[in-house]
Design a protein. Structure first.
Length: 469
């Protein structure tokens, strides 16, 4: 069987690996438009050590991902974080990141002192007395920001929820769906509606938080307890994408931009990728490119997929000679209603990861850019570095210029992440239903089953199995 995969990011390489695992004889060609593999996983060789400029961690409670890395022989490369807390910058000062929330949504005002005003606190604490949320189990998604604003007011959204979601999705909570990005909350609402109970935000969050506390207490007493929330790779994500590429034994063609897929004889050929005829094609590019590539072979799927929008961002990686004065935090998220700073998050990699801290000095990643406010992504490199240093100093007092800036790397991620809007899940299910009708054509990627590394892997592996079924 001859199989073509378009895109050598995490989804493309994982699909290739899975196909090889199930079909040792398959001929696999992977076509990658740029001059490197990995896509949004990108480890840059700083003089001080390998440094991730795209994804830098994964959710370690996703045991499927950890098991997969173990299968790849990478278990010993996994590293745990220091456990230092993250903070929230709002109204010109640092606050503890509220705990006992669901993606920043609290069940009560406790722990939000100083972050929200008294009216907002009273509103949160009396939310369950207000008329219930109109919610029908299993129905269409709604805007997360709009929902939380309608129950708790603007401050919780602008200062907490959007700050957290901006770090994961590069989007404001208003542009994201509840089912699409906080499915556990949607499921709790469904459960309440099905049981004929009043649907209340604070009651739902309380139920989820209590369940989590109970399950972590149970887990603490058992052997399975895994304390850390995140993990990463000692040598950066390059360890993962290089291992996937090697073990897949696929022919990987870089600088190979594919501009279309056409039916030829009983198979497919790829425009811009030589004369090969393939029995199966798997498209793993970002949604708009995938829509463009599917146009001639899966027109209905292509038309649906065009609806998915992308959010851009930029990461400025900075290595300083010393870290005196850098707060003892893993990182800082920035509220969206801060007029004087442009950065949306600061990651103190040398504090967050002991293996990076051991290199000495300070490694800081400054992230900018959200869906709808992407001008910063196009700013000149000098302006971005100045902005990163100014914001770092304004937020923490750490004077990066005085600390000695040894290394800098600016990485722009144009269209880096798909926007998981309230319409997203319906769009994806329609795309998949249309693709199911077309023999030999498959698609996967961060738009399909979630943006996080474990979710991308899970979807790509399922597609890989379907390709050879
Ligand atoms: C800044 C940033 C930070 C992130 N941080 C984290 C994190 O810490 N933890 C986490 O779990 N997730 C994180 N993510 C999300 C995660 O990295 C991505 O969802 C995932 O890597 C996407 O993989 P993919 O293969 O779907 O897409 P991509 O990585 O985009 O791969 C698609 C590939 O297709 C290629 N391509 C595009 N068009 C063509 C064409 N016409 N022909 C041939 N090739 C083409 C591209 O060059 C690219 O290599 C982050 C994402 C970003 C942008």
């Amino acid at each position: 069987m001859r199989i073509a995969i378009v895109g050598a990011g995490l989804a493309g390489l994982t699909t290739a690996w899975e196909i090889r695992a199930g079909a040792p004889e398959a001929e696999i060609d992977v076509f990658e438009a740029t001059d490197r593999i990995g896509g949004k996983l990108f480890t840059v060789p700083f003089a001080s050590g390998p440094t991730d400029m795209g994804a830098e961690a994964y959710l370690a409670f996703r045991e499927d991902a950890t098991e997969f890395f173990t299968t790849l022989g990478l278990k010993d490369a996994l590293r745990a974080p220091s456990g230092l807390p993250s903070a929230l910058y709002s109204q010109g000062q640092l606050h503890a990141l509220p705990s006992h929330t669901v993606m920043g949504i609290p069940a009560s005002s406790a722990g939000l002192e100083g972050l929200i005003d008294a009216d907002t606190a009273a509103r949160i604490d009396s939310e369950s007395d207000a008329p219930g949320i109109e919610w029908t189990s299993g129905e269409a998604d709604v805007s997360l920001g709009a929902l939380v604003r309608s129950r708790y007011g603007d401050q919780v959204v602008d200062r907490v929820v959007s700050a957290l979601q901006g770090g994961v999705y590069s989007s404001l909570a208003d542009d994201l769906g509840v089912r699409a990005t906080v499915p556990v909350l949607a499921q709790e609402f469904d459960r309440m509606a099905d049981a004929g109970q009043k649907v209340s935000l604070s009651t739902a969050v309380r139920a989820i938080v209590d369940r989590r506390a109970a399950s972590s207490e149970n887990a603490t007493s058992g052997e399975q307890y895994r304390p850390q929330l995140f993990s990463t790779f000692a040598g950066g994500y390059a360890q993962l994408y290089e291992e996937l590429a090697e073990q897949s034994k696929a022919r990987i063609h870089i600088d190979a931009f594919v501009s279309g897929i056409v039916r030829k004889n009983s198979g497919f050929s790829l425009k811009g990728a030589g004369e090969g005829i393939y029995d199966r094609v798997v498209v793993t590019t970002p949604a708009p490119t995938t829509a463009m590539l599917l146009k001639d072979v899966a027109a209905a799927a292509s038309a649906e997929l065009k609806k998915v929008r992308l959010a851009s961002s930029v990461v400025v990686g900075m290595k300083f000679a010393h870290d005196e004065g850098l707060p003892d935090h893993s990182g800082i998220l920035v509220a969206c209603d801060e007029p004087d700073v442009k950065v949306k998050a600061l990651t103190f990699s040398s504090k967050k990861w002991p293996h990076i801290g051991q290199r000495g000095g300070a490694l800081v990643r400054a992230s900018f850019g959200r869906f709808g406010d992407e001008q910063i992504t196009r700013a000149e490199e000098d302006e971005l570095v100045d902005r990163a240093l100014d914001d770092l100093q304004a937020i923490t007092g750490f004077d990066g210029r005085a600390a000695g800036l040894d290394e800098i790397f600016v990485q722009r991620w144009f269209g880096g992440l798909p926007v998981y809007s309230p319409e997203h899940l319906v769009t994806v299910s329609r795309v998949m239903a249309e693709l199911d009708k077309v023999d030999g054509v498959f698609a996967t990627g961060s738009w399909a089953g979630g943006v996080g590394v474990p979710a991308v892997i899970a979807h790509a592996r399922a597609v890989g199995r379907a390709v050879i079924a």
